[in-house]
Design a protein around this ligand. Sequence first.
Ligand code: AMP
Ligand code: ZN
Length: 118
Amino acid sequence: MNSPHNCLFCRIVAGQLPSRKVYEDDEMLAFHDIHPKAPVHFLLIPKVHVDSLADCGPGEGAVLAKMMLKVPELARAAGCGNGFRTVINTGPDGGQEVYHLHLHVLGGPRGQWKVPLP
Ligand code: AMP
Ligand code: ZN
């Protein structure tokens, strides 16, 4: 497992690196992606470090459920009333670049997205 001390997203949680916050509570943090792939593109992460979805177990079940249930509320608040896309890249073949579990939320008019549908 990554040491939280050198994990980019743990450092954002700790306030050691800046982020444009979308939402925060005791267990999770949402902030805008630094390289947005759509008009709305933010990341939702658990505050507790876990490398990826593949490293989650029953202990992460509660926070994962809370994150999933928070997504529609945050997406609506960000202006995605017409829909949004939720992505979790996992591992090298999944295209994961930052090894602190994060959920991408993408939205806005489809013609303006920089990523195609799968
Ligand atoms: P992934 O490929 O799923 O690991 O995606 C990592 C995402 O984190 C990419 O979309 C990056 O643009 C984004 N990212 C990397 N560094 C930062 C940062 N400091 N603040 C916000 N987003 C970031
Ligand atoms: Zn971390």
